[in-house]
Design a protein around this ligand. Structure first.
Ligand code: HEC
Length: 113
């Protein structure tokens, strides 16, 4: 009986570690992508093309989220810094930290591979 439980524990731990390793390699360990897309549709879609958009790079003057994601300089940190400082051309959003993480996670999914 003891042995049986022990083995279950090890299998469970292995599964957990695999999940964690998968999340780390995907580079989006935080942020709810689906919620991020919803926030982007709601708050950013007026100016930015927020979905995957082959071909186009801008609407009027705002870069598409895909082109932002593909810039070599774009990282979680750079996006957070940009979105936490006021910008002349963009409304000053008061997104919560979680909402910010979600939008950032969503934008980074557009990077492709
Ligand atoms: C009123 C129009 C407008 C809205 C709404 C808007 N943006 Fe922008 N955004 C712009 C413009 C114009 C630029 C390009 C000029 C600049 O970099 O300041 C820009 C630039 C950016 C950049 C920087 C790209 C770079 O060059 O580094 C990011 C990231 C970004 N927006 C994210 C967002 C997110 C996320 C939202 C929604 C929460 C949003 N924007 C909503 C107009 C808008």
């Amino acid at each position: 009986m003891f042995l049986f439980h022990r083995r279950l524990g090890i299998v469970g731990l292995a599964a957990l570690l695999t999940t964690l390793a998968g999340a780390a390699t995907a580079q989006v360990p935080t942020g709810d992508i689906v919620n991020g897309q919803r926030i982007a549709d709601t708050w950013c879609g007026n100016c930015h093309v927020v979905s995957r958009s082959p071909g186009s790079t801008t609407t009027d003057s705002a870069p598409t989220f895909e082109s932002i994601a593909r810039m070599p300089s774009t990282t979680t940190v750079s996006l957070r810094a940009f979105l936490q400082t006021p910008h002349r051309s963009m409304p000053n959003y008061q997104l919560s930290r979680t909402e910010l993480d979600d939008v950032i996670a969503y934008i980074l999914t557009l990077r492709g591979r």
